[in-house]
Design a protein around this ligand. Structure first.
Ligand code: USQ
Length: 405
């Protein structure tokens, strides 16, 4: 297949491009390199040293003989170029990762909220309009998030996208399936909730073939392909805005930094290893809906964990100290979370779970590149409201946070 990987320079996009190229697909990365620019804005860098996207593609070709093409294009602002690109390259499938993906970044200031909405909503809508206009009938696979559901199960497992409801009508109860009601917890998660509505409309109105993957928190850094060469290494975010919880705990353990649990750590979240993430995308690509079908939704996660249990497990493994900090986010202190993921299991996914070996691999990567870590960028300083911001005064090492925010 000819596959466009939009956002193919990012944390999941890059290993996905390699995984699919390795399977023999013709891969075209389309990216505006905004994630690299955000690193510059924030004054942080990936823990792992990343080469330019062109250099990464060159090394991949040298290693495997397979070519990955790169196209510099901004989906959100260059609609005509996007349309022309699709008309010229006519991909069979489009994988859409090209969105600002960090909840804390989306909540930093009003400017970051506006940027996240402008970028994510325009990117998705431009893509949908351009797919209709060019009539190329490509299967669109979108990286959504488990966060569209909110994180409360109200006692029942979270289904894969659609909820069975019974509505009282004058003629008696009527059964229906509706999109699971969204309950985003950040501006970023809100954009993914809005994406769902756009997908529903374009599938119903124009017969676009769309799969939406509601992914949990990705952990790990290497996949089989990124391990092949030092310069194919994946990015690894450790900072308070882009670093995600399990990977952050692992690097914190590696550098002797207290594990930064927000609040009581009673938050339960869904997780998936990066290797499973790329495998799920392959499985979803091979299971495309037909034109006229509703959006196919998968829960792309393999297990759920409570934040404090993860911290305590890593503390046991590594001897790290655990710090319980005021939570900068507005979120439930404690929640139960049960999630269905039957569809990927039925397609043959064999989940990688939190095995000690894979956890230690991340700690080893972190130790190797520890000299690249700026400790002052480890604390999470983006607060969801002004009131919460007032509570975030010191980092776990006792330094005043205002000096680094
Ligand atoms: N947390 C800590 N300590 C930290 C960092 C986070 O206790 O140092 C807590 C947070 O307060 C939150 C939980 O861990 O309760 C998860 O935070 P996170 O930063 O790991 O994940 P999140 O902000 O939800 O976002 C990440 C990805 C996003 C993806 C989402 C999937 O950045 O792109 O959509 O995970 S999900 O969480 O299932 O919605």
């Amino acid at each position: 297949m000819r596959i466009a990987v939009l956002g193919g320079d990012g944390f999941v996009g890059w290993p996905t491009a390699l995984h699919l190229s390795n399977l023999g697909h013709d891969i075209h990365i389309v990216d505006n390199l905004s994630r690299r620019w955000i690193d510059t804005e924030l004054g942080v860098q990936s823990l792992t040293p990343m080469d330019s996207i062109q250099e990464r593609c060159r090394i991949w070709q040298e290693q495997t003989g397979r070519r990955i093409h790169f196209h510099l294009l901004n989906l959100a602002t260059e609609y005509e170029r996007l349309k022309a690109w699709l008309a010229e390259y006519r991909p069979d499938a489009v994988i859409h990762f090209a969105e600002q993906r960090a909840a804390p970044y989306s909540m930093k200031t009003d400017r970051h909220k506006v940027y996240t909405v402008d970028n994510n909503i325009n990117a998705t809508h431009n893509l949908l309009a351009a797919l209709v206009e060019t009539g190329i009938n490509a299967h669109l696979v979108h990286l959504g998030t488990m966060g569209v559901y909110g994180y409360s199960t109200v006692g029942a497992p979270i289904p894969e996208g659609y909820l069975d409801v019974s509505i009282d009508t004058p003629a008696g109860p009527r059964e229906q399936q509706i999109l699971y009601p969204t309950r985003p917890g950040s501006v970023y998660h809100m954009t993914k909730s809005l994406d769902q509505i756009m997908f529903q409309f374009y599938a119903q109105n124009d017969g676009l073939r769309i799969t939406d993957l509601h992914q949990g928190i990705v952990w790990g850094t290497h996949t089989d392909q990124t391990r092949r060469h030092e310069q194919l290494i994946n990015r690894f975010d450790y900072d308070g805005d882009y670093g995600t919880v399990l990977n952050r705990f692992l690097i914190q353990a590696a550098i002797g930094y207290p594990l930064t649990v927000h609040g009581t750590g009673g938050q339960t979240r869904a997780f998936i290893h990066i290797q499973d993430s790329v495998r799920c995308i392959e499985l979803a690509l091979n299971d495309a809906p037909q034109a006229g079908e509703r959006v196919r939704i998968f829960n792309q996660m393999t297990e759920t964990h409570r934040v404090r249990d993860l911290a305590e497990m890593i503390a046991r493994l590594t001897g790290a100290e655990v710090a319980y900090l005021p939570n900068p986010r507005k979120e439930a202190d404690e929640n139960e979370l049960v999630v269905k993921n039957d569809q990927f299991l039925a397609l043959g996914l064999e989940p990688i779970t939190l095995a000690e070996g894979l956890l230690s691999e991340v700690v080893e990567v972190a130790r190797k590149y520890a000299h690249r870590i700026d400790r002052s960028r480890v604390p999470a300083v983006s607060a969801w409201t002004r009131d919460l911001a007032r509570r975030i005064e010191h980092d776990p090492e006792g330094n005043r946070l205002r000096s680094v925010s």
